[in-house]
Design a protein around this ligand. Structure first.
Ligand code: SAM
Length: 248
């Protein structure tokens, strides 16, 4: 299984209920399609998860495939994605060089310590002129200007998120991918609550920001626990999608 904080084998059963469901998936799919050129005929949705976004990447003439590292995710996605879904690590795709017109990865790069390898592999399978679309700066989109954000922000900026846009852009350039215009989508239902943020904090979700230091974890947890309206979600985040074009 992939090296991520969450166990996506176990997450598959309730993923769609807990990640904004159809409204989030529709917003993400619509935004990805905005960045996929009209002439594209093939699109691989990397880390497709349950395929909730993937099945909405529909456009006449575009064939869409899914790939994910977790068996349980692929099992759900296989019934949803018209072109099929396979179990594959995003670092080692079972595809020839230059075989796809577009690759998308929604909510993957922030999870993995090997984002650069994923970008390199996507560049390998894209044909010249092909497009890579990825979410970047995912966690920075959360709770912006909320009371939760005021507590987390100083620690977030000190850290190096694996999907930081400048790092991804530099790595893309090193693999022959030039930056192209990006876009944003609304993470419907993804505004955090203080209580849930404490749960994620203790589960190690933000650990990379401060090397998992237990004292920092407890200081932040105490500050978050003192906030009012522990179960009221703060504003929905606006997630960033970056796109890159494969050099000829
Ligand atoms: C947050 S979910 C995103 C799913 C989907 N893209 C969406 O937006 O609903 C992250 C997904 O990345 C997958 N994943 C994690 N590491 C991976 C890897 N190395 N290769 C392929 N998939 C991976 C997980 O199994 C999980 O399904």
């Amino acid at each position: 299984m992939a090296d991520t904080v969450l166990d996506y084998e176990a997450e598959a059963a309730h993923y769609d209920r807990t990640r904004g469901g159809v409204p989030r998936a529709e917003a993400a799919a619509e935004a990805v399609l905005r960045l996929v050129p009209p002439g594209a005929r093939t699109l691989l949705d990397l880390a497709c998860g349950t395929g909730l976004v993937t099945e909405r990447l529909t456009r006449p003439g575009l064939r869409v495939y899914g790939a994910d590292a977790a068996h349980a995710m692929v099992r759900v996605a296989a019934g949803r994605v018209p072109g099929g879904a396979v179990r594959a690590d995003a670092r080692r795709l079972p595809l020839p060089d230059a075989s796809l017109d577009a690759v998308a990865a929604v909510w993957l790069l922030h999870l993995v310590p090997f984002a650069a390898d994923v970008v390199a592999e996507a560049a390998r399978v894209l044909r010249p002129g092909g497009v890579l679309v990825v979410t970047v700066d995912k966690d920075a989109a959360h709770d912006v200007d909320s009371d939760i954000d005021a507590i987390l922000r100083p620690h977030r900026s000190a850290g190096t998120a694996s999907d930081r846009s400048d790092l991804i852009t530099a790595c893309a350039a090193a693999h022959g991918l030039d930056p192209a215009p990006g876009t944003r989508f609304t993470g419907h239902g993804q505004g955090g609550t203080p209580r849930d943020t404490v749960r994620k904090l203790r589960a190690g979700y933000f650990a990379s920001w401060f090397d998992g230091d237990p004292a920092t974890t407890e200081t932040l947890a105490a500050a978050l626990t003192a906030l009012p309206d522990q179960d009221r979600p703060r504003a929905d985040p606006r997630y960033r999608l970056a796109s890159f074009v494969r050099r000829g």
